[in-house]
Design a binder for this molecule. Structure first.
Ligand SMILES: Cc1ncc(C[n+]2csc(CCOP(=O)(O)OP(=O)(O)O)c2C)c(N)n1
Length: 340
């Protein structure tokens, strides 16, 4: 293991203290815990359906990284924009896309968010300002700058959150987007979810820096870097960047350190890391942390059990809906190919 990856791992304290939240933040934490649970159960159901051959194509799960998407998207408004990668299920769920239509998309059904023609990597919902789901590593970072430019041109005070992995920070479009976003003070928050691996490549083998956010310096942009296990803390830190963007003070590059508990995609047995390493990170599970924090804040365990049961049945309904939905017809091949 190289110096960079070692340091990254050492920077993650093994026993991050879990704290109670003030009384006025309990409802928000409950909401965010529910969203993280919804993502986790959605992803587990996706994995089962994929293994049963009901989902085709690629499928990248968000298990382990939930606090990043949930904390970040809770820092914006419904009228703000989110742009994501192929690891888009969690972001779409928090942006309030219909969970049934998301599951149906995975199953390739006509009732899916992209009519069953996009699949796992291409969730999209214009009404909800969820601008994809993109399969090309880093390409969507330039799209986020474009959306930011539109917000500035319209002067509608909307903000865009753009999520990507540390692998995308080595792609040309990332650098072009950051340069123009900073020059034009676009209202975009660039969020690098550094899960330490790009497919099977540990970060030290591909990244020239140990902290992706340092690249903001080259573009005269604000930056921040923190660990993404505590959903409340993620929300607070992302909020600072969102507020700055909304006030017209320009973009920010954030690096949020996280970890994926599963392979890169459903077809990756993840042999490039040890079981011990994965188990070590599972001790930092963001869902367990949020639950413990709620209990320490005085929330009744029965409340949380009820919430867990509701989420379970919501996912069962989504799977049932996806199973029973129609497959697209041959003529659907020609719909939504070009704008009217
Ligand atoms: C331009 C491009 N090159 C290569 C790929 C294949 N590919 C898909 S995901 C991936 C790794 C990206 O890793 P990272 O950006 O760290 O995100 P993570 O998957 O860890 O969330 C690669 C190389 C691609 N989709 N697009």
């Amino acid at each position: 293991m190289s110096k960079a990856t070692k340091e990254k791992k050492q920077n993650l304290p093994q026993d991050l203290p879990v704290e109670a939240v003030p009384a006025d933040q309990i409802d928000l934490l409950k909401k965010m815990y529910r969203e993280m649970l919804l993502i986790r159960r959605f992803e587990e159901a996706s994995a089962r359906a994929y293994a049963a051959g009901k989902i085709g194509g690629f499928c990248h799960l968000y298990i382990g990284q939930e606090a990043v998407g949930v904390g970040s998207i809770n820092a914006i408004n419904a009228s703000d924009y989110v742009v994501s990668t192929y690891r888009d299920h969690g972001h779409a769920i928090v942006k309030d896309l219909d969970v049934k239509a998301l599951m149906a998309e995975l199953f390739g059904k006509r009732s899916g968010v992209s009519g069953g023609k996009g699949g796992s990597m291409h969730f999209f919902d214009k009404e909800k300002n969820f601008m994809g789901g993109h399969g090309i590593v880093g390409g969507h970072v330039a799209l986020a700058a474009g959306i930011g430019w539109a917000s500035k041109y319209r002067n509608d005070k909307t903000v865009t959150l753009c999520f990507f992995g540390e692998g995308a920070a080595n792609i040309g479009a990332f650098h072009e987007a950051l340069n123009l976003a900073s020059l034009w003070k676009l209202p975009v928050v660039f969020i690098c979810e550094n899960n330490l691996y790009s497919m099977g490549t540990p970060m030290y083998r591909a990244l020239s820096v140990e902290d992706v956010s340092i690249r903001a310096v080259a573009y005269n942009m604000a930056k921040d870097n923190f660990i993404g296990d505590d959903v409340t803390k993620v929300k607070e830190r992302v909020q600072l960047a969102v507020d700055r963007a909304r006030k017209g003070e320009g973009p920010t590059l954030l690096e949020i350190t996280t970890y994926r508990f599963r392979g890169h995609s459903m077809s990756d047995p993840a042999k490039y890391r040890t079981k011990d390493e994965v188990e070590e990170y599972k001790k930092r599970d963001p869902l367990n942390r949020a639950k413990l924090s709620l209990l320490m804040s005085g929330v009744d365990e029965k409340d949380l059990s009820r919430m867990e049961a509701e989420v379970k049945s919501q996912i069962e309904e989504a799977v049932d809906f996806a199973e029973k939905s129609e497959v697209p017809s041959a003529s659907d091949l020609f719909s939504n190919v070009y704008a009217d």
